[in-house]
Write a protein that binds this ligand. Structure first.
Ligand code: HQG
Length: 167
């Protein structure tokens, strides 16, 4: 339970509002591990580097990643603040899924899928994932996106290190 709370706080700080933990992110979205651990210790006295490693390893969607040297950490996707994650554009599968709520459908049909506060529209290769994402917002509406055709029409697709497709 504590782990879940910490993980939510990390998502908030590493994607949207680093100031809630007094952090600074670099242009790649990275933050110093020692800084993050120190900040989280103020909320959870027993928190340390190995607890952080557990949060990262056990996170259900692999939302966080350490840098190769282990000195820095970032969120793999989902940011609203300006960061360049450095993902390369790549060939998407022919079809991807987007889960949303039925109440958004009229607006989506009018404007298309929009990225809102985030950097990209998030899509998934697995129908089940899209179902879960959509159900968070209300009554599920599952959309099929013709990503192959979009790519051929010149749109770019990216995939985060934890497997989320973004456009
Ligand atoms: C909808 C989770 C009206 C869109 C997930 C969605 C994902 C429109 C909502 C990640 C619209 C935005 C992102 C339009 C799109 N009119 N509504 N034109 N275009 N929408 O939370 O995709 O758990 O920003 O369908 O796994 O739900 O955080 O995006 O319902 O990867 O790691 O506007 O969040 O990852 O909602 O979720 P969100 P999302 P984490």
């Amino acid at each position: 339970k504590t782990m879940k709370r910490i993980s939510k706080l990390m998502s908030l700080a590493l994607r949207h509002r680093p100031q809630v933990l007094g952090l600074e992110l670099d242009e790649g979205g990275w933050c110093e591990v020692v800084q993050l651990v120190a900040a989280l210790q103020k909320r959870e006295a027993a928190f340390d580097r190995s607890a952080l490693e557990r949060v990262v390893a056990e996170n259900d969607k692999k939302r966080f990643a350490f840098s190769e040297d282990g000195q820095r950490i970032r969120a793999n996707q989902g940011h609203s603040i300006a960061v360049n994650l450095g993902y390369q554009s790549l060939e998407p599968p022919e079809e991807l899924f987007h889960g949303t709520a039925t109440r958004f459908l009229a607006s989506i049909r009018e404007q298309g899928l929009i990225k809102g506060q985030r950097h990209h529209v998030h899509l998934s290769a697995e129908e089940q994932t899209a179902r879960q994402v959509g159900a968070r917002h209300g009554k599920l509406a599952l959309l099929r996106v013709r990503s192959g055709a979009m790519r051929r029409a010149g749109h770019h697709f990216y995939r985060s290190d934890n497997g989320v497709w973004m456009c």
